[in-house]
Design a protein around this ligand. Sequence first.
Ligand code: NAP
Ligand code: HSE
Length: 438
Amino acid sequence: MRKSIGVGLLGLGTVGTGVANIIQTPEGRNPLVGGIKLVRVAVRDLKRPRGASISPDLLTNDPNKVVDDPSVDVVVEVMGGIEPALSLILRAIAKGKSVVTANKAVIARHGEEIAAAAKTSGVYVLIEAAVGGGIPIIEPLKQSLGSNRIQKVSGIINGTTNYILSRIAKEGAAYKDVLKEAQELGYAESDPEADVEGLDAADKIAILSGLAFGGPINRESIPTQGITSLNNRDVDYANKLGYGVKLLAVAERLDKENSIDPYLPLAVWVQPTLVPKEHPLAGVNGVNNAILVEGDPIGEVMFFGPGAGSGPTASAVVADILNIAGIRTIGSKNNCLDPLLEASSWRKCKLVEPQKIIQKHYLRLKTEDSPGVIGQIGSVFGEYGVSIQSIVQFDATEAGAEIVVITHEVEQGKIITSLKSIKTLEEVKGLSSHMVCL
Ligand code: NAP
Ligand code: HSE
């Protein structure tokens, strides 16, 4: 007879409630779901009404009791934040328990330490829900795409900001109102600054990059810009120019043939980006996420689906529990871990300096509406080797005009130097917006 697997939940909020709901309704799902038993649940506030029918006997406000409970085989960490989540994950590992977590903040910063501890203890730490909500992307990168040389991973990997940007583009909605809605729908982090400042997307691209390229990167060095300084006007201008605005996270390898550098150089960034309307990522709207992976020999493959929310994220969490349940069912030989599920790093990677990253840029300048301004701006860009794809004047009034420039691909360093010079032009009143373009 198949032995049931005891699950201890750390957290019963948006994701934890979704997990409990799946475990408690196994009918019609994979038979392994029926073998998962929820045995202990930690919350912060024992009095808060809960969206899942959990016997009060299972609840505790001491998460150590969940980790230490001998009937808990797998610890599911869905409480969020760095501490106490990190200590609880390490404690579970030290006790020989596998861990499933949706916590990208902790994995992006402490993934190496956690993976090393898991290896020593011979247990798994699975993280499918940490990136892309319900979209399977972690296991495909570890397993299904394992034979590829990955060249680039680009994605819309934050549901909250995609929801906000889509509503702004569709109906000109007010940023604050839509953010509030995203919070009510359970998409946003407990501190939504992580979403809107691009930090959550940076955590996720750090994780994807480590899996795609085989070596961890320094999370804190990822150039990150969120959507807080974005103006609805930029979304409108972008639309007129044939683009949608998306918060993109990108990781791309920049190694040259025959290079002897032991570190694989990567360009990794998170920025609001103008995406041509015909690009596959442009049609990804609402809370949906998508990750476009380019590899050799597969070419391009895109993963699409709900990037946040209770049910979709719980779907990914429970899939990881099932992976562990499956391994327990066949029994692990000689205490060895499956190297594909474990996914340890096999290479060293490094980030290139942001100034060296080559991108197309979108710049909105506030200027006087006087003859020759466009020419002067063009001349400065030319002087610094920046080639212009298009330059358009919008909204000219007596008070001034707005000039939108889209450049061809150029090193970021050249844009920074030319902008310094452009800002000194008498007719230029300031740089109102700066994004990148695909
Ligand atoms: P949430 O709704 O805020 O739930 C957090 C849960 O953890 C709550 O039940 C809370 O207890 C409990 N908790 C927090 N600190 C605790 C502590 N010190 N001791 C005991 N319990 C504690 O968060 P969530 O949206 O479910 O997110 C959980 C994790 O999943 C985060 O890492 C997040 O980044 C990740 N994630 C979320 C989504 C999403 O769509 N929401 C998607 C993917 C990944 P109380 O209920 O008593 O406050
Ligand atoms: N706050 C995150 C988002 C949750 O909006 O994408 C999913 O990781």
